[in-house]
Design a protein around this ligand. Sequence first.
Ligand code: CA
Length: 224
Amino acid sequence: MSSNVDLLLVEDDRELSAMLTRLLGEEGYDVTHAPDGQRGLHLGLTRSFAVLVIDRGLPAIEGLDLLAKLRAKGVSTPALILSARGTTSDRIDGLDAGAEDYLTKPFDVGELLARLRALQRRHASTSAVLQLGRRVLDLESRLVLEPGADPATGVSLSERESQLLEVLARRPRRVFSRAELLDLVFTEAESEIVADTYVHYCRRKLGRDVIRTVRGLGYQLGST
Ligand code: CA
C-alpha cells in the first residue's frame, strides 16, 4: 500500500533524473521516470499521475510538444516544465503549451519541491475532473468521457458510483479495503458487500478493468 503522490518525471539527463528520483522519493513522491518524450507520452496517456515534471529539451518528442499532446487528449494533470531556456518568451511558450509552472535550470531542489506543493494545492482546490486511466471523470456532471470527446458520448454514473471512483482516482496507486470504502463512500451502509455491489455496477458501465481487485486486500483504480 502506498499513499505517496504519483509523479511522472520526463527527463533525459541521467544524473539529474537519478538525483530527482531519489530526492522526490524522500519527499513522499512515487516517481515514474521516462527518459524521452515518446515514453513520457505513452505513460501520460495510459496511467494516472498527480503531477507531471517535464524537461523541455527531450529526445523523440520535445517537452512542450509532449505536454500539448497530453492536453489535447484531455490529460489535465498539473505540469511543471524544466528548462535551460528561461527568457520571458520561453516561459510564455511553456504556459501556452499547458504548463502550470516553469522552472529554469539550474534550479534549487527546495524551490522545485515548494512549487510542486503549490501546484497540487491549486489543482486540488479547482479540479472537478479526474483521470481514470485514459478516460476522465467529470465530478460535476458525473460523466466518464474519452478525453476531448463530446459529453453526449459520455457514460453517466450514479452519485454513489461517481463517489466510489472519485475515492479510487484521487489516490490511484492506493489499494482500499472494503471497510475503508464503506467508511469513505457508503457511510450509512451496514455491510461491506455494498462496496462489491458498486464495483460491479461501475464495471458493468465502464468495463471490467476500470477497477482492479487486489486479492485479499480490496480495490484499486484500474488501468482503463
Ligand atoms: Ca534535456
